[in-house]
Design a protein around this ligand. Structure first.
Ligand SMILES: Cc1cc2nc3c(=O)[nH]c(=O)nc-3n(C[C@H](O)[C@H](O)[C@H](O)COP(=O)(O)OP(=O)(O)OC[C@H]3O[C@@H](n4cnc5c(N)ncnc54)[C@H](O)[C@@H]3O)c2cc1C
Length: 497
């Protein structure tokens, strides 16, 4: 195991994609086995030294940034241990990079659906944040694929959790026994999750809670995930994808609404022969302007666009193409200027089109030496159109540069505000606060996929309220009585007092 104590050796571990400044630590550990992780944590726990778990640090909310103590990097636990084709499962270590895992799975003619836009993240990071992406519209977030976890707890003890094995009883208590024979009692939280399809704000909760679900999305606060068994799926035979342009926003939204309804209705069918989008992504007019910097062929004067993907097979392809064509015509899409494909190469180009947006946005913002202010909220179906109107009216009136884009199938759009100077940056932060308040008022979540980390804990406070935050703190204390893990992630360390 490597142990680094010099700033120049661990400088890269003091920052992530959040731009949060001021990270510092005493030591970086790079263990190669779960036994070594136990050893580090035993020592840290006895001395009450804070420990931050570091994945690939692509997180956008500062979860992997240490403010003192030790950092444990999982980069050396990076083996794909087994892929069982017949059983449709894979066993992996947490430091495996998602894109490497995706490639190996695909080579076996299998499919692992979670696809956060940033594929350089580690598998362990995706579990700790319950990552999701465009395809979550059809396939859900990472949680849906986790069958089995091995975990090292704050005191160095080991815990193994298999889905379905340990659930909250009618008394609202989960009883866990560590491999060392010690018992941990958890009170199942009583809060109701918001009625949205994507939500990563706080510990998971539901009636009869499965203990494994507490760790998925726990943002490095409950234990170190050291091995994961996933479910994987057979690889879909083919895809039909399109980037479809609209000159009327009303038409665009009515199309999304019908595609969403049809897709949900057809979801139970496991054969790819019904209209059933695997992703629906949105770009507003400003986003198209930004993308045109990279894709000059992007049509001008459009009010917005949709990127969709539909799985097909040899028998269903022709029929599905017709169904989509009919639907798009019905909703007034500009078919002459839209792009469609069934080939892998063009599909990659469409993904590049989607990816060009954050790249162009980041280039613009760094020209002004500012940080973008990005939202990550989702709201219930019935409030989505109103929330989008709210975003547009507020942002247009602000006079600031902005783009709105993202996972419209899940009512989850990112508004990126792009300040050009400090005054605008302050205004942008104020607008962010207003958006949070509006999302909470509409029964939504403050974070649909990026998590709370250190940046959004004050908003989690507002969303959940003191009583439920204390229930979360109770869970944290049961697993980590000295509060050493992921300090200040999700909630203020003072709550653990
Ligand atoms: C351009 C860009 C696009 C993105 N798009 C998406 C998206 O579409 N969807 C999405 O969900 N996210 C997205 N993200 C956010 C990020 O990529 C994900 O949250 C990712 O899952 C983080 O993985 P990581 O390995 O980088 O984790 P890190 O950033 O290193 O850590 C994240 C959190 O997980 C904890 N952690 C890491 N590994 C472990 C472990 N083994 N055990 C316990 N805790 C651990 C850390 O302590 C920290 O709290 C995006 C980020 C960027 C920069």
């Amino acid at each position: 195991m490597q142990v680094k104590t010099q700033l120049e050796d661990f400088e890269n571990y003091l920052a992530d994609a959040s731009n949060l400044k001021g990270g510092h630590c005493q030591k970086l550990f790079v263990p190669e086995t779960s036994g070594e992780i136990s050893e580090i944590l035993r020592g840290a726990n006895e001395a009450a030294i804070p420990v931050t778990i570091s994945g690939a640090r692509t997180g956008t909310v500062g979860g992997a940034i240490p403010f003192g103590g030790y950092v444990i990097s999982l980069e050396k636990l990076n083996k794909i241990e087994e892929i069982r084709k017949v059983e449709l499962t894979a066993i992996v270590q947490p430091g495996v990079i998602l894109s490497d895992f995706q490639k190996v799975v695909e080579a076996e003619n299998l499919f692992y659906p979670p696809d956060p836009t940033e594929w350089s993240c580690q598998i362990g990071g995706t579990i700790a944040t319950n990552a999701s992406g465009a395809r979550s519209f059809k396939y859900g977030a990472t949680r849906n694929y986790v069958q089995h976890l091995k975990i090292v707890l704050a005191n160095g003890e080991n815990l193994e959790l298999k889905r379905g094995e340990i659930r909250g009883g009618t008394d609202g208590i989960i009883n866990l026994i560590t491999e060392q024979g010690n018992s941990i009692k958890i009170n199942v939280p009583t809060y109701k999750r918001p009625n949205v399809r994507k939500n990563v704000s706080g510990y998971f909760s539901e009636e009869g809670l499965d203990a494994i679900d507490l760790f998925i999305g726990s943002e490095g606060t409950l234990g170190v995930i050291t091995e994961i068994k996933f479910s994987v799926l057979p690889k879909p035979e083919g895809f039909f994808s399109g980037i479809v342009f609209f000159s009327s926003e009303e038409n665009l939204l009515s199309l999304v609404s019908e595609v969403r309804d049809l897709s949900f209705a057809n979801r139970t069918s496991h054969v790819a022969n019904t209209l059933n989008a695997s992703l629906i992504e949105y770009f507003d007019a400003n986003s198209l302007e930004f993308i045109r910097e990279k894709f000059p062929e992007t049509p001008k004067n459009m009010t917005g666009a949709i990127f969709f993907e539909q799985e097909t097979n040899a028998e269903s392809e022709d029929g599905l193409l017709e169904d989509w064509n009919e639907l798009l015509e019905k909703h007034g899409a500009d078919l002459d200027r839209s792009w469609f494909t069934t080939t892998e190469t063009d599909r990659e180009k469409m993904r590049a089109f989607r990816h060009a947006l954050p790249v162009a946005v980041n280039e613009r913002i760094s020209r002004h030496n500012q940080k973008k202010v990005g939202t990550d909220m989702a709201v219930p179906d019935e409030n989505f159109a109103g929330f989008l109107r709210f975003y547009k009216q507020m942002l247009r009136a602000s006079g600031l540069d902005y783009v709105i884009f993202g996972h419209i199938g899940d009512n989850h759009l990112h508004a990126n505000i792009l300040p050009k100077n400090d005054l605008e940056a302050e205004k942008a932060r104020h607008l962010y606060g207003r958006s949070i308040a509006q999302a909470i008022m509409l029964g939504g979540t403050i974070s649909a996929e990026h998590g709370i980390g250190k940046l959004k804990s004050k908003y989690l406070n507002v969303m959940m309220g003191e009583r439920y935050l204390n229930e979360m703190a109770g869970i944290k204390k049961a697993f980590d009585p000295k509060g050493i893990l992921g300090r200040n992630n999700m909630f203020d360390a003072k709550l653990l007092g």
